[in-house]
Design a binder for this molecule. Structure first.
Ligand SMILES: O=P(O)(O)OC[C@H]1O[C@H](O)[C@H](O)[C@@H](O)[C@@H]1O
Length: 571
């Protein structure tokens, strides 16, 4: 058993172990761990120094965030007294992924509304009766994220219509001094400021993580204790430092194909959703300058289904990360490799087992990602390509004069668009169109499925789609819900190695399903459609193959899913 919360496990085999042997002594010699703990902004080179100097507040949050505990506990008690036992979080990317893993792991309810899908927003609102017992946390570091602002407007409007006082049902988390901070305070909302020296994806232990989780009933002091318990270990210039070991695995061994794909599988870990949180951290931190480590989250599977990690472990660029539980026996068994082959097999898979308590792992992954940035020569604190999709979406919203583009093909109630390259050929059916796209996935490439649909209603489709397309291509397949992934893997798609192939699935809302955004001239349906079209446009402009399947009805959406599940099955 991992008896103490101070225990962190990072155990590697095969080429993952070689990477540790290769990189860790140098990291120790350069004192990277202790310099990071001391917030040395020069670690990532001169070009990154200025940004890094403003982004290292996360390294000691286990100490500095203590000051927030009293404030968030008082807040939680106040809302509990008001009878608010339903907590909704409006926020994107770094403002929602950590609260999701923290509350799911703790087994407490938190409705994470991180979408512009009108159906999801409607579900998050609930009934007027639900609203009466709801506290909404609106979290945005910048205060200017379009989805979050639209959700905030919707909740204020709905609370007002239900004769409820918005200031008694809403808490704002934002950076001090942001325009959002000022307006929310002026309007009388409860505002908790987050540490501005921490970037969104490193903010799990700031107010962005702590406020919604405390309101939902998590013991957030314990989370800080768990991080505190491993902090010295992660700051040590020592070859046993698990963060240095994990960073080395992420950077991969030199010689042969770079191991720049991390397939993250849950293998006994009690931490629910850690992969989704780590996905944003790794993809946005490393996917830039044509380089990067691609995180592939192995979606939860049916009992007995083969984990994707097993299918992909033989790929020369794949490292399998197994998030393990606290049983030593299980860990020892699995160390043999994903198919049970002995460690000294002639071609061992690159496997790393990672375990430990949640607070400790949050700090472990953040430290390892920042150190991997040092090894890879990347600035792990910016996200230079996220803005391009936002700009293209804004242009889509305001453009509107030109005639809408003609679909390349229409099949029943599904419009098919190809973009980026000319790959459809004479495909006449939806399955043929998908297969034509799959043929574009190169031997070192990956396929990204981007589904702009209600992720609560369609969750079960995601795993089946990921599994089928992995089998059909033999290559990594990521699955992202739009627009959520735009704040995560979206950076990697545009800034990382240019070998991605993109399948976009949308199901535009009918006028009856759509919702207006209060105080704006657009609807949620218009916003999400513009986000999808904008992202496809940016990818196509980079010459990446993009297949867009636009279902005009739920029957059309079912046909799309059937077609994807049939891809690669014939002959
Ligand atoms: O917290 P916010 O300022 O609303 O930002 C939310 C998210 O959106 C951006 O697009 C970034 O790519 C993310 O790193 C960030 O976490």
């Amino acid at each position: 058993m991992l008896e103490r919360s101070s225990e962190i496990v990072v155990e590697a085999t095969g080429p993952a172990a070689t990477a540790i042997t290769e990189h860790v002594p140098g990291l120790v010699e350069r004192r990277v761990a202790s310099r990071l703990a001391a917030k040395d902004a020069t670690l990532w080179g001169e070009a990154a120094r200025e940004e890094a100097a403003q982004r290292l507040g996360w390294v000691d949050l286990h100490r500095t965030s203590r000051a927030l505990i009293g404030e968030v506990e008082t807040l939680a008690a106040r809302y509990a007294e008001r009878g608010c036992d339903r907590v909704v979080l409006c926020g994107m990317g770094g403002s929602s992924l950590a609260p999701e893993v923290i509350t799911r792991t703790a087994g407490v309810e938190l409705v994470v509304c991180d979408s512009s899908d009108p159906a999801m927003v409607t579900t998050a609102l609930g009934t007027p009766e639900d609203l009466r017992r709801t506290v909404v946390v609106v979290s945005s570091k910048s205060g200017s994220t379009a989805e979050t602002d639209s959700q905030r407007r919707t909740f204020v409007d709905a609370l007002t219509r239900a004769d409820l006082e918005p200031t008694e049902h809403m808490v704002i988390v934002t950076d001090p001094g942001s325009p959002f901070d000022q307006s929310a305070r002026a309007e009388g909302f409860d505002v908790v400021n987050a540490d501005p020296s921490v970037g969104g994806r490193y903010s799990a232990l700031t107010a962005f993580g702590l406020v919604p989780c405390a309101l939902a009933g998590v013991d957030v002091a314990e989370l800080l204790d768990e991080a505190d318990a491993v902090a010295d270990l992660l700051a040590a210039d020592d070859e046993a430092n698990p963060a240095l070991r994990l960073a080395a695995v992420m950077a991969g061994a030199s010689g042969g194909t770079p191991r720049d794909v991390l397939v993250i599988s849950r293998a006994g870990s009690a931490l629910e959703g850690l992969g989704d949180w780590a996905e944003q951290l790794i993809a946005e931190s490393t996917g830039k300058d044509g380089k990067g480590v691609l995180p592939v989250v192995d979606l939860p599977s049916e009992v007995g289904a083969e984990p994707l990690a097993h299918r992909l472990a033989d790929q020369p660029d794949v490292t399998v990360v197994r998030l393990i539980g606290d049983e030593v026996d299980e860990r020892d068994d699995e160390l043999a490799g994903p198919d049970g082959e002995p460690v000294d097999n002639e071609h061992p898979a690159a496997v790393v087992n990672v375990g430990g308590a949640l607070g400790g792992q949050l700090l472990l992954w953040e430290t390892a990602t920042a150190v991997a940035g040092e090894l890879l020569g990347l600035n792990p604190f910016d996200q230079p390509d996220v803005e391009s999709a936002k700009t293209a979406a804004r242009e889509q919203m305001t453009g509107g004069d030109g005639a809408p583009p003609e679909p390349t093909l229409t099949v029943g109630e599904v419009e098919v668009y190809q973009a980026g390259t000319d790959f459809l050929g004479d495909a006449g059916s939806l399955t043929e169109a998908v297969e034509a796209l799959l043929a574009q996935v190169g031997p070192s490439g990956y396929l990204a499925v981007m589904a702009y649909t209600d992720r609560w209603a369609h969750a079960s489709e995601a795993r089946a789609v990921q599994e089928r397309l992995t089998a059909a291509t033999g290559r990594p397949v990521t699955f992202g819900w739009g627009p959520r992934f735009l704040h995560s893997t979206g950076q990697f798609h545009k800034g990382g190695p240019a070998d991605g192939v993109f399948l976009q699935i949308t199901r535009p809302a009918s006028p009856e399903e759509d919702r207006p955004v209060p105080g704006q001239e657009f609807t949620f349906g218009r916003l999400i459609a513009a986000q999808a079209a904008g992202d496809a446009q940016v990818l196509a402009e980079q010459g990446r193959p993009v297949l867009r399947l636009v279902a005009r009805s739920s029957g059309g959406h079912a046909a799309v899913v059937d077609a994807v599940l049939a891809a690669g099955q014939a002959g």
